[in-house]
Design a protein around this ligand. Structure first.
Ligand SMILES: [Zn+2]
Length: 349
């Protein structure tokens, strides 16, 4: 098996790394201009380990009973998110004080009941019709055998990262730096039962999918896996080069500019047996040919256990990873040209 995959890899490299292809990739890299570096550095400071920790101890507390889709704890979690956005003065895309995209029990299943995605929105100042979707799932596994499954990493970490990123963009907008393109802060429900919240969203998008420029999806970014015991300064990126090479190189240029962290592509390998690419909400966007990046820390002993608790989160690391995603989102909504998929990229013709 190992021999086979090595051979396959060599074959792929052989076909891609022609001088002409290498030149095209270089042209993509050269076409990238990182924008607003002073502003990005400034506003990323509003994302702090302390605030992430306060939010996560609340979101992954007993009060929300493991946030099982359709149950009371999940409803309370959705209401908590809605209250947060109202408090922050961040609008609903529905233009009222309702931030819920309702999903009926007939869509989900009778045994689950009805549920809701939670959506907040900052409108772009120059190209409001072009939208970046930033996402994390709000649901988890609930209570089993009397034990609460807190889901602090899965996906409390992604949830609070989005809350802090939304606050950073809001503060920037208030200080005269609104995003040029729009941002949809998206908390999907029903991920744990088969990515049903994101499936519902792409079938019933609030903004047309053809104007959805990218989906950055965060699912578990607060912990360290066994492979990185020696060096925890990493984050796995999955999918960044599959639909848009430009996205991949923008993401790397942003990292080079702002954040000293390793981007680990181990799980992006097409042959990876875990197939994480298809295992969180971004996949529903990828299937519609929308470029995606999935941010992930890998699995650990507490993955899908009742022991995934907020005291085990590395908040400094969560801050660093959140700032990286904020800076990436900033670039994508503020760079002059809209991100292109490889299919529409003249450089790759
Ligand atoms: Zn998850």
């Amino acid at each position: 098996m190992k021999f086979f995959s090595t051979l396959l890899l060599l074959t792929l490299v052989g076909t891609c790394a022609t001088p002409k292809y290498t030149a095209k990739i270089q042209n993509i890299k050269d076409s990238i201009t990182i924008v607003d570096t002073t502003a990005v550095k400034h506003y990323s400071q509003t994302i702090t380990s302390n605030e992430l920790s306060v939010l996560l101890y609340k979101f992954a507390s007993k009060e929300f009973q493991g946030r099982k889709v359709g149950e009371q704890g999940q409803k309370l979690a959705a209401e908590f998110l809605q209250s947060y956005y109202i408090e922050q003065g961040i609008a609903s895309p529905f233009g009222s004080d309702n931030y819920f995209q309702g999903i009926s029990s007939s869509y989900l299943s009778k045994s689950i009941g009805a549920s809701e995605n939670v959506l907040a929105y900052i409108e772009g100042s120059e190209k409001p019709e072009e939208v970046l979707v930033l996402s994390a799932h709000l649901d988890h596994l609930g209570i089993k055998d009397g034990k609460i499954y807190y889901g602090a990493d899965d996906d409390g970490s992604g949830t609070v990262a989005i809350m802090e990123i939304a606050e950073a963009f809001k503060v920037a907008a208030e200080n005269g730096h609104p995003p040029k393109r729009s941002i949809l802060f998206t908390h999907f429900t029903a991920e744990e039962v088969g990515q049903i919240g994101s499936k519902f969203y792409v079938e019933n998008p609030i903004f047309p999918l053809e104007n959805t420029i990218v989906n950055l999806n965060i699912d578990m970014i607060g912990r360290v896996d066994e492979r990185h015991n020696e060096n925890k300064n990493y984050i796995y990126l999955i999918g960044s080069d599959r639909i848009s090479k430009e996205l991949h190189y923008i993401s790397e240029a942003v990292r080079d500019t702002y954040v000293d962290i390793d981007l680990d592509y181990t799980y992006n390998a097409l042959t990876d047996r875990n197939q994480y690419y298809s295992r969180s909400d971004h996949y529903k966007f990828a299937k519609r040919d929308i470029p995606v990046i999935f941010y992930f820390n890998g699995e650990h002993d507490d993955y899908h256990q009742h022991t995934d608790t907020p005291d085990k989160i590395d908040y400094e690391l969560l801050e660093k990873r959140t700032r990286l995603i904020f800076a990436t989102a900033w670039q994508l909504v503020n760079q002059e040209k809209r991100l292109v998929s490889d299919e529409n990229n003249p450089i790759l013709d």
